[in-house]
Design a protein around this ligand. Structure first.
Ligand code: F6P
Length: 356
């Protein structure tokens, strides 16, 4: 069986651990397994850039961050746009055939799954794997890369904590996560943030300022705010994405973070700083938990190939590794549900989510 494998979209820790788990399973359990590494995600499949891999290529990479295959972002909306008498999907289909592939394994996030669904419609045998630090893929409890990013983001909050305490400042730590708040919620709770602001709960600036003042009055001179990059102020909640971006650009802002920091500073008089760890959250070695998960899901993708269960993507439900149909989950977002137990627990220990 000849299998192509690619990693697409933003990278994350544990991509290599998954690739390794898949390859080890395939060489051991699939008769005549040949693995072709496709360079830079769908970009390599479009351009026909790939190479035959060997078992030794997959050794020593379990704890290595990034992806040995390289990655790129290939926007879904451009997949079916005609350029020089052909579309990207057509090019991928042609290269899949040219490579003589029996299956294609795609490690990626939401966009990758949408394109994978297109490839399935075109008759390709695709097996997906749910990657992203954002944890926003529908139909799986967790995505690989998420727990490693939680650890990094938590350490950032920890480090900010001590300096905030020394100076008696309010510090806002802007956490990645794209449109959803999973990473901010988990790192915020783990890092002991006083205020956690998620896209799913538009925040009220008055409430946030009041909380900072209450803490100051109670003798706690510093406050830590974990704010998601996708967080939205209440007054912006009704706006479309473009309108929100336009409104923010008037003050030179991209996210809600800097504006909130200015407001806190002005309204409370508490010195306020912003920290944006950015891509640090995606870099470096995967955590032990992520390595274990990745070995499981990688091997399971090998099993799906072996059994010919194509058009599927791996999913984790509790302790169980299972799969969903790609068509059923593509294009759907897994938001933090408003009744998530972590929110209730957070409120019960005095964390503010910026709501009235
Ligand atoms: O999807 C992962 C992610 O890190 C998001 O959290 C973030 O919004 C985005 O990718 C950043 O993308 P880029 O690496 O293209 O700047």
């Amino acid at each position: 069986m000849r299998i192509g494998i690619l990693t697409s979209g933003g990278d994350c820790p544990a991509l290599n651990a998954v690739i390794r788990g898949f390859a080890k399973y395939a060489y051991k359990n699939i008769r005549g397994a040949e693995i072709y590494g496709i360079a830079d995600g769908y970009g390599g499949l479009i351009a026909g850039e790939y190479k035959k891999m060997h078992p030794e290529d997959f050794s020593g990479i379990l704890n290595v961050g990034g992806t040995i295959l390289g990655t790129s972002r290939q926007p879904f909306k451009k997949m079916t746009v005609e350029e020089n008498n052909s579309t990207k999907v057509e090019k991928m289909k042609a290269n899949y055939k040219k490579m003589g592939l029996d299956a294609l394994v795609t490690l990626g996030g939401a966009g990758t799954h949408k394109s994978a669904a297109l490839l399935c419609e075109e008759g390709l045998n695709v097996v997906g794997l749910p990657k992203t630090i954002d944890n926003d893929i529908f139909g799986t409890d967790v995505t690989f890369g998420f727990y490693s990013a939680v650890d990094v983001a938590t350490e950032c909050i920890d480090r900010v904590h001590t300096t905030a305490a020394s100076h008696g400042r309010t510090m806002l730590v802007e956490i990645m996560g794209n449109k959803v708040g999973w990473l901010t919620l988990y790192a915020g709770i783990a890092g002991g943030a006083d205020i956690i602001l998620l896209p799913e709960i538009p925040f009220d600036t008055d409430v946030v300022c009041k909380k900072v003042l209450q803490r100051a009055e109670a003798g706690k001179a510093f406050s830590i705010i974990a704010i998601a990059e996708g967080a939205i102020e209440k007054s912006e909640a009704g706006l479309k994405k473009k309108e929100r971006a336009q409104k923010r650009s008037e003050t030179g802002d991209v996210t809600a973070t800097n504006r909130l920091a200015r407001e806190i500073n002005a309204r409370t008089g508490v010195e306020t700083r912003v920290v944006i760890p950015g891509h640090i959250q995606r870099g470096g070695s995967p955590s032990a938990l992520d390595r274990a998960i990745s070995t499981q899901v990688g091997a399971y993708a090998g099993y799906l190939c072996k059994e010919g269960l194509f058009g599927t993507t791996v999913a984790i439900h509790g302790e169980k590794i299972t799969h969903n149909k790609i068509a059923d989950i593509a294009g759907k977002t897994k938001w933090v549900p408003l009744d998530h137990p972590m929110l209730e627990i957070g409120r019960s220990v005095g964390i503010s989510f910026g709501e009235k």
